[in-house]
Design a protein around this ligand. Structure first.
Ligand code: 0WD
Ligand code: CA
Length: 381
């Protein structure tokens, strides 16, 4: 303008197409002090039953029941985590992609709790905890990439994962040994969880991975407010702080360590994921079972989530929790900058592969919506 151009010249045609900026993921780009992170507060919860049906209550919440003598180290363990793999195992159908379904169902049923300041949902982001865990681990991840689909709807950004081609392939090519390993994690829960606060675990029960108890929490990371939901393994009835999420406990299994090399890789990879996952929801305690090569639990150990960063601090090639959180902060800011079209039919697809930057493409009228039509209808009423 002002340079004698024809006013009918559309500026749209003159500006070369600028693709959305990319984002660096290397740890060196995200060092610094730990950003502000508020302990999340529970706003509600829901349960998924043995048929994967949603219930707006806590019917699938279970209670931690540790074996007598665990604290003195004298527990007699030897639990066989392979027991029932053949005949008492009901597997969730992983071909059914739920996306944000159950979380959005909770939001729909509780939208009165979220409406404020002239917004339908007064939060910057809505997502599963598992998706945020992947974001936190990104600067240190060397194996698996991810795809996160994002839609802006009425001022809130919804983040939902898409399966990558590589993880689809891995899932379809899982060996029997890998299936058994997955089963063993659930079987471990059967040994430590009871249906009531003073009940006893039933280790011979059928393992059904459709079942879940999910907590829904409000959180804040720096300038980003979010609504996040994650699956909670159990509640500690004897917790000194009975209010959620402080009374929640995460259960984990891992291979018994027999060499300094195995110990290093436990610190470097396992503890990184365990810390990210539990820290995000404010779960203070992780109970870990170590299994021998035959699939029997040989020891139990408690990890305080807050103590994990100190455990790994001295390690060579260690990870830094501040880098994880700073990267998450940067990625959420990046999403806010890139995703500015408020339309449930528009999906911004962020992709990342180890060693590369985060890139983004846009689907103007997507076949794979993040925010389904029923949700748009329900919230617009
Ligand atoms: O479709 C999928 N691939 C997944 C679905 C992967 C992970 C979770 N989910 C489902 C969960 O069942 C839950 O209903 O999403 C919901 C929210 O989960 P989240 O807390 O955000 O997910 P995440 O933190 O990744 O996993 C929590 C737990 C796992 O605990 P461990 O200790 O293994 O990290 O969810 C369970 C598992 O117990 N889980 C699954 N449950 C059913 N199907 C699956 C799966 N494929 N993967 C993990
Ligand atoms: Ca678990």
């Amino acid at each position: 303008r002002g340079l004698g151009q024809d006013p009918s010249d559309s500026p749209r045609l003159k500006i070369p197409h600028v693709s959305p900026p990319s984002l660096k993921t290397h740890p060196s780009c995200h060092q610094g002090s730990f950003p502000f992170y508020r302990l999340p507060s529970e706003l509600g919860f829901f349960s998924l039953d043995e048929k994967r049906c949603y219930h707006g209550d806590g019917r699938r919440l279970r209670y931690l029941s540790l074996p007598v003598g665990m604290d003195s180290g004298g527990a007699s363990l030897g639990w066989d985590l392979m027991d029932g793999f053949e005949d008492r195992y009901v597997r969730r159908n992983e071909d059914e992609k739920e996306g944000l379904l159950h979380l959005l169902t909770w939001v729909k049923e509780n939208r009165g709790l979220l409406r404020a300041n002239g917004r339908l949902v007064d939060r910057d982001f809505v997502s599963w905890r598992g998706h945020l865990t992947k974001i936190l681990c990104t600067p240190y991840e060397t194996q698996e990439g991810w795809i996160l689909a994002v839609t802006l709807f009425k001022g809130t950004l919804y983040i939902s994962e898409r399966e990558t081609a590589a993880s689809y392939k891995r899932r379809k090519e899982r060996t029997r040994e890998q299936e058994k390993l997955m089963y063993s994690g659930y079987k471990f829960e059967s040994h430590l969880c009871a249906d009531s606060p003073d009940g006893s675990p039933c280790p011979s029960e059928v393992v059904n991975t459709n079942e879940a108890f999910c907590s829904v929490l409000l959180g804040r990371l720096a300038s980003h407010s979010f609504l996040v939901s994650g699956e909670v393994d159990c509640k500690d009835p004897s917790s000194s702080n009975p209010s959620p999420p402080s009374c929640y406990v995460e259960l984990k299994t891992s291979a018994q360590m027999r060499s300094p090399h195995q110990e290093r890789s436990f610190h470097r990879y396992k503890l990184l994921k365990w810390w990210c996952q539990s820290f995000l929801l404010g779960i203070p305690l992780i109970v870990a079972g170590f299994r021998n090569p035959q699939g029997r639990i040989v020891s139990l150990e408690k990890f305080r989530t807050s103590a994990i960063p100190q455990l790994v601090r001295g390690d060579r090639q260690s990870w830094d929790p501040a880098v994880c959180m700073n990267f998450c902060n940067a990625f959420l800011s990046h999403i806010k900058k890139v995703v500015t079209t408020d339309d449930p039919r528009v999906v911004f697809v962020f992709s990342w592969e180890p060693g590369q930057d985060v890139t983004c493409t846009v689907e103007a009228d997507s076949d794979h919506l993040v925010v389904p039509e029923w949700y748009v209808q329900a919230l617009s009423q």
